[in-house]
Structures are given as structure tokens and as C-alpha cells.
Design a protein around this ligand. Sequence first.
Ligand code: NAD
Length: 486
Amino acid sequence: MSKREIIPVAKGDGIGPEIMDAALHILLEGGAMIEPKFIELGEKVYLAGHTSGITAETWEIIRNNRLLYKAPITTPQGGGYKSLNVTIRKSLNLYANVRPVVSYSPVVPSKHPDMNVVIVRENEEDLYAGIEHQQTPEVVQCLKLISRPGCERVVRYAFEYARAYGRQKVTCMTKDNIMKLTDGLFHKVFDEIAAEYPDIENEHWIVDIGIALLADTPTNFDVVVIPNLYGDIASDVTAQVAGSIGLAPSANVGERYAMFEAIHGSAPDIAGKNIANPSGLLLSGINMLVYIGQNEVAEQVHNAWLKTIEDRVWTRDIVKKAAGQTGYTEVGTKEFAKAIVARLGQKPTLLKPVDYSQAVVSFKKPKLTNVRNDVMQLDGVDLFIANGVLSANELGKKLEQIAGPEFRLIMLSNRGQVVYPGGFPETFCTDHWRCRFQAAAGQDRPTHAAIRNLMVRVEQDGLEWIKLENLYLLNGQRAYTLGQGQ
Ligand code: NAD
């Protein structure tokens, strides 16, 4: 028998300790070769003055082991407390958030009885980089950052997951008809990597209709890989329509580390009453066992859990969901755990048993394309100017004077819409202007020095520049979008 794997375990807050005790009891009785090492995360740590919710000693323990099994925690109300989940994901490079969503009909009623979808959400980038700025009195911005390594890792993970778990299709969802560079990169990388997996079907949907279809006909989907923000929405929509949000597990997976937890919170309203359902956390623990190669135990425990709910041994939340049904036994958290242990070795007959015998996960070291030597050439500059006084025409005329001799003004846009030259007076303008300059006729490519000179001229003319974005050609191709209407 192999050595026990040491697992840092956080019992969390609220119902956390009860459901973690129950889940660990079941996993260990099922034969899991794991040794919990208890760590403190969350409310107590926050309130002791650590605004991140975690101490340096706890980081050390997590980083010395490759896993974290975590019960939900309570983030104290009020400012100054950072989301611990976001901190853990980013610090440990947990780039894929994996949420299998299954309906357990007819045991737990669901609008989609045959639903079985896995959402693989990119976990570190996109608008969740949290880079926001007030730019003018009227305008704030949030930067959406998408990187090629970020896309490659999560997309490859989705295909490897599909292969490991015997799934047939991977669907990508983006909004690349609008965000041609950021979402466009995610889609492009998806197409490149999909070509390496000819055994797995692939498709792409624009995210709005994609999520609508996911809610309407989830049985048409299998694995869905999706950027961070859309993925946050898609995974809750999916869990809700399955009817099993309280039962859903999740994994946050990276190259070296992985964190497993339920998707629900710490439920302070029912804490300490022995009525919480430990299923979401247990199923997360089962996924953790598959992740570390203890497939046999994972399968046995999962099937015992299915058999238990199929036998109508339910915690209160399931009883409520199955309103009107009869012939069930309502049990507490501890008794539910005992009922599962009593069914170890049994399989469900009404619900489909799981089979993890083929689930071999081999995505620890994804290879990444090195694009750092691609050629970036300066092609112009977008200078952003705060101006609540001049009209588009007045500002445009002024900047045409300032542009020379190195530059010519190509356009002004306001919230992305071109308003000079040739804009409509009807277009509403805020106090935030993007002013695009490119090399004047007869000039070579712009230089950084020329851009600095331009900024000095802008300042000397009494205008307030708020930021600049260089325009680049990437390997000779335009790598910036045109203004709306340009
Ligand atoms: P919640 O998920 O804790 O509770 C929502 C409702 O679902 C409550 O009525 C609760 O009683 C019920 N519920 C949740 N889990 C249950 C279970 N296992 N069994 C039976 N019923 C269950 O969401 P909330 O009330 O919005 O958040 C409470 C706290 O949890 C907040 O402090 C929040 O920040 C935190 N939270 C933590 C995590 C995490 O650690 N991953 C995730 C979400 C919320």
C-alpha cells in the first residue's frame, strides 16, 4: 500500500467544522490513504488582524504540500478584508476552476434530469485581475487582461480533463465578436489546442447565446471552457438549473497545487445544528482522491453516496427540495455520514454509478508556446485625455495642430465611438477621450521619443493626458482594434 498523502485541511467557519468532520470520516472509512494536517484559515485569522485571512505559517504548510481541502469560510463584513479564495488561487497559480454539475433526478428534482456538465473556468485573469482606476471625474475603467499562457493552460486542462474522464466534447464560449483581441485570443488558442485532440469534438459559442443554451438544453453540453467572468456566471447558472447548487463540488487546479471545496458558503444560519449537508464538500474530496490517483476509493465512496441519496436518506435541504415526496428518512449531518459509510461497497441502481477506473489525469505539466520573441513594432499611440470643456470638433482641431511634425491625428473616440473627424452631434460624449496618433506622412515609424515630445506638446497646450496605450504591430500585423465607426 502506498504512503498516506498529507493533506492540509481547513475546517473553516459556520457549518465548516461539522461538514468537514463528516466528509473526512467518510473518506477515511472508505479507505482514502490521506493524512489530514489541520490548518486555520478564515474568520478567526481575519479578526486576529491578518487582512488576508491566512498567516505566513499556514502558507508554509500549504506550500510544503500540494493540496488544500477547504471547508467554507466566513469573510467578516466591512472593508479591508481581502477575499481569501482569490488570494489562494492567484498565489498558487490555480488557473482552472472545475465545477462538475450533475442532476440527481429523480432523487433530487431537476428541470434537466439528464444533465451532466463540467464547467472549466479560467481562474486568474480577465476582469478579475482587479485593476481599476478612476480616470476622469466621469469615467472609471477596469482592465481586462488575457494572456496566451493563461489561455493555453486552461484550455489544455479542459481537453485533458475531457480525455481523462471519458467525455466527448469541449465547448468554448467567448464574446470575440466584440472583444476581438482578448476574447479573440482565448478562442484562437482554443482552436489551436482543439486540433491536438482529434478524438474530442469541439465547438465555440458566443457567450450570451451559449449560456442561454446551457440553461435551456444543458444536455447538449459536456465540458465547457470559458474565461473568468463569463465562467463565474455560467457555473452558477448551470448549478442552479441542475437543482443541485448545495451539492456541487469544485476544484481549483494548477500545475503544482490544487484546492478542493464545495461551492456553497459557511451557512452561519444553520451552523452547529447538525443539519448541514456535507455532500458538496464530500464530492470535492472525492475529486481530490481522483486527482491524487486514489481512484478506487473515490469510486467506492461516490457510489455509496449515490446509493444513500437514492435510498432516500436525506439531510433537511434535500427534503425541502424534494417537497411533496414521501418515504424518506431525514437525518442530521453525522447520521448522513454514517449512512454513507454503511453503504460502502454498494452501487446505486436508479442513479447512474460512477466509474473512475479510466480517470487518469496527466495534465500536471502543460507545454506552453513561447511567444516572447515575437516582433512588436510601434505603430502609433492612443493618448487618453480628460476634457469636459471642448467639443469633439474643438478638441480634434486643437490636437491636429499639436500632432505635427511627427504625427497626424487619426481619430478621436469617446467610449470607443469615433466622434472626430466626421462624428455626429447626437453622439453623447463624456469627459474621457481617446486620441489616436500615427506617423505623419513621410515620417518613419513613430518612436518612443516622438511620443514623449507629443505628450509635452499636449501638456504645454493645457490639456490633461491621463494615460497612453502604444499601438503595435505584432509580427507585422495590426495588434489593436479600430475605433467603432473608423
Ligand atoms: P451560503 O451558501 O453560506 O448560504 C446560502 C443558503 O444555503 C443558506 O440558507 C444556508 O443555510 C444554505 N446552505 C448552504 N450550504 C448548505 C449546506 N451544506 N447544507 C444545508 N444548507 C446549506 O451563502 P451566504 O449566506 O451568502 O454566505 C455565508 C458566508 O459564507 C459569507 O460569509 C460568505 O462570504 C461565505 N462564503 C464562503 C465561500 C467559500 O469559503 N468558498 C463561498 C461562498 C460564501
